[in-house]
Design a protein. Structure first.
Lengths: 285, 260
């Protein structure tokens, strides 16, 4: 298609230039995180001496470890629950024929079209009501607002629909004959799913798990409303910090770098499966 | 009835948890939210919740038709900005994604690595994107430094976070984070186009543009539709980038910035 030699070199050069500009902001984030407060505020190009101490200061000046721990806790639990729920539903959509399957599949997709802001306030008020009701009617202290449980529950429900859709694609790509053979050998449908298909779908499950984790890690709107001081996740914590210390760009960028690192590492582990899972829906139409 | 459950029971059992979550966190609150839009629900009546006074379409009249309403002015302004933002972001992301996908869809040394490097910004959390660009857009920030001092394209340094340029300030970071995914999807789609079609077109004397127009594009159209849908949902409902870039609750685009 592109036979001329100069065209190939030209395209390579163009790609390289785009890439340099494209990655510059990330470089700038790390670069700034190593500056002194003054260097960052006055627009220096490079830190005279790399301030590795900034990465220690973020644990002291803002309780970053606390936020990091909360984010890890909430995102890991969400990933485990959402993956479990979505695996069953995705498998059912890929394999079982049952009355209402189309309706269920459609309503899974419709959830993606509803703007979060439409149910943010109802969810908040609903949670408060459930708390009050549990206290007065059952005498139970159920905490949905400001607790890990409320946030994990909300996130789980949030990320299940798209995960179902991704997993459905992975399950559909596994030959049906494998379950049929297992059932001929006397396995029940559940055993066929559990023993035969699930192990084969592991790469897809891993990719979906990472997708859930990435998305949960990035959530700010609901975290802002459903957490308190004790349960604040990284985005909430960083935002409060920015509000209070407007001129500590050096520390903000160090915190931003640390917040990016875990998802970057996770991404590189399952990059191929994740891209395959996310683009398959679009490419196959 | 027994045969019904024997036949479909497992399927319903498998979808039950997902259905429960969707009803409780998506559809239930959505219905409540829509119902609340017909109520006079304000701070004083919040305690009444769904028993608050029913006012019919009054709220809709207020934000759409009442010319004196400040809500209406703010709402319509926000709607207009959001639509323009969604349009600009998606046009730019799709074009850039398509271009780079073409450049990458060829024999290239370490192509997988190129693709990964281009994808990096897509993995950066969007709140970090907002913070980072809010910092880079500062009047004495690195963007102005590069444009004015290094490249000499601007004679004086503009305020990116105040006034009309705020639109640019929110579009660029959103495109920056969004287009890599478009590129990867287009790349995957390009690889499904049969090579024979290009060979045949070349034999028939089709120019590169004609080959794109009549061979590649028809194959990419369905993908483009899906990407546009994802992109529109992502931008019309986007929150984090703008929220992190502007203000600590005090400022909105146009009136200041986090770091100003």
């Amino acid at each position: 298609m592109y036979e001329e030699r100069w065209l190939r070199w030209g395209a390579g050069l163009l790609l390289f230039l785009i890439l340099v500009f494209h990655l510059f902001p990330i470089f700038w984030m790390v670069n700034t995180s190593l500056m002194t407060q003054l260097e960052a505020a006055t627009g220096s190009l490079f830190p005279r001496v790399p301030q590795w101490g900034n990465y220690l200061d973020i644990w002291r000046v803002l309780p970053f470890f606390h936020y990091l721990k909360n984010s890890f806790l909430v995102c890991s639990l969400t990933t485990v629950f959402a993956l479990a729920v979505a695996t069953f539903a995705g498998y059912a959509l890929a394999r079982f024929r049952f009355p209402g399957a189309e309706l269920f599949g459609g309503s899974v997709l419709v959830t993606q079209v509803i703007p979060g802001i439409l149910f943010l306030i109802p969810i908040y008020i609903m949670y408060i009501y459930v708390q009050n009701w549990a206290r007065s009617a059952l005498g139970l202290e159920v905490r949905l607002v400001g607790s890990y449980g409320g946030l994990v529950f909300t996130y789980t429900a949030f990320f299940v629909p798209l995960s179902i859709w991704i997993l459905r694609g992975f399950f559909a790509s596994i030959p049906k004959e494998l379950e049929e053979a297992a059932m001929v050998d006397g396995a029940t449908p559940f055993q066929a799913f559990y023993r035969v298909i699930l192990p084969l779908a592991l790469p897809g499950l891993a990719a979906t798990a990472v997708y859930i984790f990435l998305t949960a890690w990035d959530e700010l709107l609901f975290a802002q409303v459903l957490t308190n001081e004790a349960t604040a996740t990284i985005p909430v914590g960083i935002r409060n910090f920015v509000g209070n210390y407007q001129n500590r760009y050096d520390l903000v960028m160090a915190a931003a770098t640390v917040a990016t690192l875990p998802v970057l590492v996770l991404f590189f582990f399952v990059q191929r499966q994740l891209i395959q899972g996310l683009t398959a829906g679009a490419v196959k139409g | 009835m027994r045969t019904f459950w024997r036949r479909y029971g497992l399927a319903y059992l498998f979808i039950a948890p997902a259905l429960f979550g969707m009803l409780l966190v998506h559809y239930g609150p959505m219905v409540q939210g829509i119902y609340m839009s017909f109520l006079d629900l304000r701070l004083q009546t919040l305690r009444l919740y769904l028993q608050a006074p029913f006012v019919g379409l009054e709220n809709y009249r207020e934000i759409l038709l009442n010319p004196e309403s400040t809500f209406r002015a703010g709402f319509l302004y926000a709607v207009r900005t959001t639509l323009l933002y969604a349009l600009a972001v998606n046009v730019l992301s799709l074009s850039l994604g398509l271009l780079v996908a073409h450049l990458l869809n060829r024999p290239l040394f370490l192509r997988g690595l190129w693709r990964s490097l281009f994808l990096l910004p897509w993995v950066v959390p969007s709140y970090v994107v907002g913070l980072l660009w809010g910092f880079m857009w500062l009047k004495e920030g690195v963007v102005n430094h590069l444009l004015a001092d290094v490249l000499g394209l601007l004679s004086e340094k503009p305020h990116w976070l105040i006034g009309p340029l705020t639109f640019v300030a929110i579009v660029v970071p959103t495109v920056w984070r969004g287009w890599p995914f478009v590129m990867v999807t287009y790349l995957a789609a390009l690889q499904t186009v049969p090579q024979e079609l290009y060979e045949a077109a070349k034999v028939d004397g089709a120019s590169p543009w004609q080959r794109f127009r009549h061979v590649t594009w028809p194959m990419l159209r369905p993908v483009t539709a899906v990407l546009l849908l994802y992109g529109l949902l992502g931008t019309l409902y986007s929150f984090n980038i703008v929220y992190m870039m502007f203000g600590t609750g005090r400022a909105t685009p146009g009136s200041g910035g986090t770091f100003s």
